[in-house]
Write a protein that binds this ligand. Structure first.
Ligand SMILES: [Cu+2]
Length: 161
């Protein structure tokens, strides 16, 4: 009976995990070109979240935010190749290289409307791009919010473990 109970609990835990928001679903905004969709995250209630860089996708791929909301992104490259986090539709946008198995931190502001598109410059054509968006279904436009700063501050010890 103990085994059965454990199995039941495991199934419940799996079901609970399945209901989280990072399941790849229909893309909330249409980006030009190929997009490897690793899920949507509602970031409207947070100021900081992790963004995994893998080959060749950002996870999560789409971040929903409030207009102008400032977000600290803990970039975590879990792959064996270098990636970039580069804002595509910003004249003076951020362009950060993250070495294999390294972490970087960027602070961005959500646009007031539309989407802030980010790409990996090395693998954009392979579908490595995503967006911070305000409302689903809105067109991708140049964003007056944009990037406020980037830092090279080391991550707190134990981060990501
Ligand atoms: Cu890349």
């Amino acid at each position: 009976m103990r085994t059965l109970a454990a199995l039941a609990f495991g199934a419940l835990a799996l079901a609970a995990c399945g209901s989280f928001s990072e399941k790849p679903g229909r893309p909330p905004v249409a980006l030009p070109g190929r997009v490897n969709n690793e899920g949507i995250r509602d970031a409207t209630g947070t100021t900081r979240l992790g963004l995994e860089l893998r080959s060749y996708a950002f996870k999560p791929t789409f971040l929903r935010a409030q207009p102008g909301q400032q977000l600290t992104l803990d970039l975590d490259n879990t792959s064996d190749v270098a990636h970039t986090f580069s804002v595509a539709n910003q004249p003076n946008g951020v362009d950060v290289v993250v070495a294999p198995h390294h972490k970087r931190k960027v602070v961005v502001s959500a646009p007031l409307d539309g989407s802030l598109v980010f790409v990996c410059r090395f693998h954009e054509s392979s579908g490595m791009q995503g967006a911070i968006y305000v409302l689903p279904g809105r067109p991708v436009i140049g964003a007056p919010g944009g990037v406020t700063s980037t830092t090279r501050t080391p991550f707190p010890s134990g981060w990501g473990s």
